[in-house]
Design a binder for this molecule. Structure first.
Ligand code: MN
Length: 752
């Protein structure tokens, strides 16, 4: 670090920044422990001495800014502010946790110690499990004191706000990690405003072009919405004014990142997005106990004014979401057939929705338990994240991520028992939530007198009766993809392991009885040779294939016996091994039941520009990038570079867990080569539709079709085309042309 004395201007800027922080704290409703904060500031300033940030500014500005976020945007008090000021002292300077305990308090020392041990933004681990362990520790420290996590989020937010001065690959790593862990965590803690900012900032660094494109469109959209909004809500405004309510009628726009996510998930364009805009009614209630009643009153006004869709009613009044979100959402249908969401909340509900903890603090009525009491409450809320503390690091991480999005819908058993499930949960999730035995036997479900398959997605309020045959375990590997709850995943994995063990034992028995028929006793060399012979990796895999009838060792042994006899030899271990090693040298003489080949297409190598590196680049076949896509390079252990689309989920995972394997890459010049890409087209089955599609692709746009796969079912046409495409521009052109066809309902590019 550079050790240049601060200029008088810099010194006064530091003091100014601290004064602002202090002023914000003094205006808050916390007990005024000014001296404590002054001491922490002096201590931190002295400790960081002349250190500077990458941008060149004095380092102390960073802890001051983090403390300010903690105070102003999270609403926390003096303990947290002191810890934020001191959060980098132990890690970056010669001072120890003991020093901090001596000068401040054991509590502050404990929190700073927690912050020092979790280095979310300073890479410690090269492999995934180490990083996973790091996050696991981060979440588990919530159990000791949730302030560690809150200050860490504030730290991350400030680092993102000042990310510009970091090298490009570091930016992408921090951005990826934030999207993967910190923003879901902020979401779970109810810090909505901070969550959105984390997402949008990360997105800006992760996919700058897409970010720019969408924010431009959003800006234009907002400019156009004012008049529409005014006309739309006028009749409602009149009714509300008449009722003498104290209210604010406003609107909210979706964030750039959530827009992008939804466009990708639903494969729709910006213009097709239905919920960029929502109306918000925020009212003031004199008494806490009046709130729900007023909500219902406003709901009635809305229903008198517009046509509402009862099936889209979302009621979180009596039963708030686990992160504390409380509101009533209605969807209204305009004469123009546009649908608009209207959100109704009290001022208190609104503040809690936007700021989480800060608002809880403000609305804490009467009994003052202080900040520590809030932390206890927060911990109780976090229980379902922490219940996985005994699993392995990677398992924990997966479950943790899943549980961040937990409990979005509630459904009912036939007896009317209520069960909470995350949004997107299927019949199987429900079955496993009721009982793991019921899950294993699930064939489908009866909902509203109709029969639905296991992968059917449940709706809020569904009453579900699972259809099963007792004692018939139907669990299969594909089920893991069908469920979304960690609970169901864990149970399916356990059942599959149990089933596999049984098959493995059966296979081993088949192996032993078959060879004993030929008078042979097994030994290690023989088993190894058979393993090799069938192209599997381990004896267990061999037994599983035998047990599930994939391999017929009896037939093969028969063949071997004949072959050996022709040479005038008797069948024994030596003869078998000799035969097998000969056979494996001649390729393809016997079909192998091996695992599928690696998912990477090794043949195609493209020229790309990479800073300071010379290597060959392969296109990852999971996301099949094409010229014009935003891309990220990932370097493997043996130096091979794979190019992924920046939006690829595999690449996202690497970004968040193994950031040091990233390379920033870009397309070099105009490639003339074609890229293989897969698109999915669905529509209404009609005569000549396939011909029309082929005509557009191959005649009108002169693209080459590699493979086509078409199915029609009950009037629905579904097809997958693998085509050679020169660039993203051409792909967009193709999409526009296809979507012009009346009978084509959706066109999307396949990923993974
Ligand atoms: Mn920091």
């Amino acid at each position: 670090m550079k050790k240049i004395d601060f200029t008088p201007q810099e010194e006064s800027a530091i003091n100014e920044a601290f004064k602002e922080l202090l002023a914000i704290y003094m205006q808050s409703e916390h007990s005024k422990k000014e001296q404590r904060i002054r001491t922490a500031f002096s201590f931190a300033k002295k400790a960081h001495d002349k250190a500077r940030r990458k941008s060149g500014e004095p380092y102390i500005h960073h802890p001051i800014a983090v403390a300010r976020i903690v105070c102003q945007e999270m609403g926390l008090g003096s303990t947290s502010i002191c810890c934020a000021l001191l959060h980098d002292v132990v890690e970056d300077t010669d001072y120890t946790v003991e020093n901090i305990e001596h000068f401040f308090s054991p509590k502050i020392a404990e929190i700073v110690d927690g912050l020092t041990k979790i280095k979310g933004d300073k890479v410690i681990g090269k492999d995934k499990s180490l990083q996973a362990e790091n996050f696991r520790r981060l979440v588990l420290t919530m159990n000791d004191d949730p302030r560690v996590v809150l200050i860490k989020i504030a730290d991350r937010l400030h680092n993102l706000r000042t990310l510009g001065s970091m090298p490009l690959n570091k930016q992408k790593k921090i951005a990826g990690e934030t999207l993967e862990f910190f923003s879901p965590l902020a979401h779970r803690l109810g810090l909505y405003t901070i969550k959105s900012e984390l997402e949008n900032l990360s997105f800006k660094y992760d996919q700058p072009e897409r970010y720019e494109e969408i924010s431009q469109k959003l800006l234009k959209y907002e400019n156009g919405i004012e008049v529409f909004f005014h006309d739309l809500v006028e009749p409602l405004r009149e009714k509300l004014t008449e009722s003498k309510l104290n209210f604010e009628l406003t609107y909210r726009l979706k964030g750039v990142y959530s827009i992008s996510q939804k466009m990708r998930r639903k494969q729709i364009s910006f213009e097709e997005m239905a919920d960029i805009f929502a109306v918000r009614i925020i009212f003031d209630a004199k008494r806490f106990s009046d709130e729900i009643l007023i909500c219902r009153q406003i709901q009635a006004y809305v229903e008198q004014t517009y046509q509402t869709r009862q099936d889209r009613l979302r009621d979180w009044l009596i039963r708030p979401k686990p992160n504390g979100y409380q509101a009533l959402h209605l969807t209204v249908m305009l004469p123009s057939k546009h649908q608009i969401e209207i959100q109704i909340r009290s001022r208190r509900m609104h503040d809690i929705a936007e700021q989480g903890l800060a608002a809880h603090w403000r609305y804490k009525d009467g009994d003052k338990g202080g900040e520590d009491a809030i932390m206890v409450e927060l911990l109780a809320q976090m229980r379902d994240i922490l219940q996985y503390r005994d699993s392995s690091a990677t398992e924990f991480l997966d479950n943790f991520k899943a549980s961040l999005y937990a409990n979005d819908i509630y459904v009912f058993t036939p007896k009317g028992e209520e069960i909470h499930l995350p949004f997107g949960a299927t019949v199987l999730d429900f079955a496993y939530a009721v009982h793991s035995g019921l899950g294993d036997e699930c064939m489908g479900a009866k909902i509203d007198h109709k029969l639905y398959p296991c992968n059917h997605k449940l709706k809020c309020g569904d009453q579900i009766e699972i259809v099963n045959i007792t004692d018939q375990v139907r669990c299969e590997p594909s089920w893991i993809e069908t469920v979304v709850t960690p609970n169901a995943k864990i149970k399916i994995q356990a059942t599959l392991r149990r089933l596999q063990k049984a098959i493995c034992l059966k296979g081993e028995e088949i192996f032993l009885t078959t060879i004993s028929k030929y008078g042979i006793k097994p030994d290690k060399a023989l088993i190894d040779n058979f393993t090799h012979f069938y192209g599997v990796n381990t004896p267990d895999e061999l037994y599983i294939n035998l047990g599930s009838d994939e391999i017929k060792i009896d037939e093969d042994l028969n063949k071997i016996e004949k072959a050996v006899a022709q040479e005038g030899n008797a069948l024994n271990i030596k003869a078998i091994i000799a035969y097998i090693s000969r056979a494996s040298k001649q390729e393809n003489t016997i079909p192998k039941t091996s695992m599928p080949a690696t998912p990477i297409n090794k043949k195609e190598v493209y020229q790309l520009e990479v800073k300071n590196a010379q290597a060959n680049y392969l296109l990852a076949s999971c996301c099949k990038p094409i010229l014009g896509d935003e891309i990220t390079g990932v370097i493997t252990k043996n130096g091979q570079v794979y190019v992924h689309r920046s939006s690829c989920s595999r690449a996202m995972q690497i970004k968040s867990t193994q950031g040091d394997r990233l390379l920033s890459v870009m397309w070099a010049g105009q490639e003339v080569k074609a890229f293989l890409t897969s698109i999915f087209i669905s529509g209404v089955d009609s005569k000549g539709l396939l011909g029309t599609i082929c005509n557009i692709i191959s005649n009108q746009l002169s693209l080459q079709i590699k493979t086509v796969n078409v199915t029609t079912n009950d009037g629905v046409f579904e097809s997958q085309f693998d085509i050679d495409i020169p660039s993203l521009d051409m792909l967009r052109k193709l999409f526009v042309r296809l979507k012009e066809e009346d009978n084509i309902i959706s066109v999307k590019r396949l990923e993974n």
